[in-house]
Ligand binder design. Structure first.
Ligand code: ADP
Length: 481
């Protein structure tokens, strides 16, 4: 009687357990399945149906390997044969499955073998981590983008002084060590003393939700001075959580150098403009006093004022032109004209002063299809340079030579010439070969603008020069035979 009772209890408890298992199996959010020793799927739960996107009927009777991505199949099969052929009781692996809609699902898999009524089966849980995988991939892509952008992300715990950062961080400071995280002092000590102190004050003043906006100089280990830009925000104070600053750091050395070049350029330009303006102002003031009397000095002053005016106009023209020529914005108005006519027009203002002689030679009647005003601008610029830099020699030569498919125009002076190592830079923006002497006014734009004009005409521009002998600046224009 007692034994009957015990058997009954045992049976009840078994059924209770089984129905509990059934409920857990069905309703757990972890995708689950049961397979037999032929690897055929016997039972699936709703989570696995949802994960694969197939219906229960479509899945039952298939093998899970049919859904596996190629790259994991081999390893998975090895694990299965270890279980079914060599009696291994369980295995784990990470795998990806191809869903019905073609999308991928990433799962941590745990398979456990069990025995029932003398037969072997296996129970598998497939834990979906697709969202986490996508996040990891996005993070990896972001880090890659950050690494290539001279930028890094950091988080500073203000209470502990701990600093977490992305990989590009150490590169920004030119540091090789493998220490993953830093302390605040390590960061501060990278800066030059003056900027270290400023950054210390910024951090000390950082209270709730403050914005960090700091530019400073770091001295890298290879001795290079680099500019970095730290931006960040103090996280809002939350109960029991430490106050942190999350931000970015970027290398802005290039931008800082460009800014400095621009400042230098503006101060040179203002200086260059001030000199002729002062001279002109003085001449005009004197003329003002003389306006009632007829004086021979008046004529000289007018000449002087005109000369200054011409210099100012040239400087301003260069300044206004430089942006138009940048980035290929120059539009050409082409006509057909005799190249000699441009040379003659250019010579007028030179010969009128009587200081220089222009000797023009060669195929002056050659016709070209070009923008005559722009070409005139180039010739005037080369002639003006010859007058400016070779003022000691009276003669300036202009030679026109027909070549195969082009015409070459050369302007030759017998001035001081230019050193060989400076020749490659003459046509660069703002380049001045002899800036130290301060003897000649200019902005280093004339040859740059000339080269842009010639390039737009599909011609070439260049210089042959020898110190002590003089220079020949030349350009070519395409022309039909
Ligand atoms: P800028 O005359 O305003 O300085 P350019 O672009 O016309 O600018 O010329 C660039 C530099 O090339 C000049 O600063 C000068 O040093 C050098 N250069 C140009 N032409 C001559 C020349 N004929 N002889 C010697 N040096 C020259």
């Amino acid at each position: 009687m007692k034994q009957e009772q015990a058997e009954h209890n045992y049976k009840d408890r078994f059924e209770e357990c089984y129905s509990r298992f059934e409920a857990v199996f069905e309703y757990t959010s972890a995708a689950s399945k049961i397979i037999d020793s032929d690897l055929k799927i016997l039972k699936v739960n709703a989570a696995l149906v949802e994960l694969l996107g197939y219906s229960e009927q479509e899945i039952i009777g298939t093998e899970i390997m049919e859904y596996a991505c190629k790259q994991v199949q081999h390893h998975w099969q090895d694990l299965q044969s270890a279980m079914w052929e060599h009696g291994k009781p369980r295995f784990k692996l990470d795998a990806c499955l191809v869903r019905k809609d073609g999308g991928l699902a990433w799962v941590h898999i745990t398979t456990v073998r069990f025995q029932q009524d003398g037969e072997y089966f296996a129970y598998t849980v497939l834990d979906d981590y697709t969202a986490q995988k996508a996040l990891e991939e996005t993070q990896a892509r972001l880090s890659m983008a950050l690494d290539n952008s001279r930028m890094a992300v950091w988080e500073l715990n203000l209470s502990s002084g701990q600093l977490i950062h992305t990989t590009g961080f150490r590169q920004l400071f030119g540091i090789q060590d493998l220490e993953p995280n830093w302390r605040i002092d390590q960061l501060l000590s990278q800066f030059i003393p003056e900027d270290e102190q400023r950054l210390r004050e910024v951090f000390a003043a950082a209270d709730a939700e403050a914005v960090i906006d700091f530019q400073g100089r770091v001295q890298t280990h290879d001795g290079v001075l680099r500019w970095v830009y730290l931006q960040g925000r103090v996280s809002p104070a939350r109960e029991q959580l430490p106050i942190t600053i999350v931000g970015t750091i970027a290398d802005i050395t290039k931008e800082k150098l460009a800014e400095r070049d621009k400042d230098d350029f503006i101060s040179i330009a203002s200086h260059e403009l001030r000199t002729p303006i002062t001279a002109m102002k003085a001449s005009l003031q004197l003329l003002e006093q003389m306006k009632t009397m007829e004086s021979p000095r008046a004529a000289a002053l007018i000449t002087q004022a005109n000369r200054s005016m011409r210099k100012i106009t040239l400087l301003i023209d260069d300044l206004l032109n430089v942006n138009n020529y940048k980035e290929g914005q120059l539009r050409l108005k082409k006509t057909r004209f005799r190249i000699g006519s441009v040379v003659e027009d250019c010579c007028m203002h030179v010969t009128a002063d009587g200081v220089f002689d222009i000797v023009s030679t060669g195929d002056l009647n050659t016709e070209v299809e070009a923008d005559s005003e722009r070409i005139q601008q180039v010739v005037i610029n080369l002639v003006n340079n010859a007058m400016k830099y070779a003022h000691g020699s009276r003669e300036i030569g202009i030679d026109i030579k027909r070549l195969d498919g082009s015409v070459k125009i050369s302007v030759t002076d017998h001035g001081p010439g230019i050193q060989k190592e400076k020749l490659p830079f003459l046509f660069d923006r703002f380049y001045r070969a002899d800036i130290s002497s301060g003897q000649y006014s200019g902005l280093g734009l004339g040859l740059y603008i000339s080269s842009e004009i010639i390039k737009r005409h599909k011609g070439h521009i260049g210089v042959d020069s020898e110190p002590g002998k003089g220079s020949t600046f030349w350009f070519t224009l395409p022309c039909e035979d």
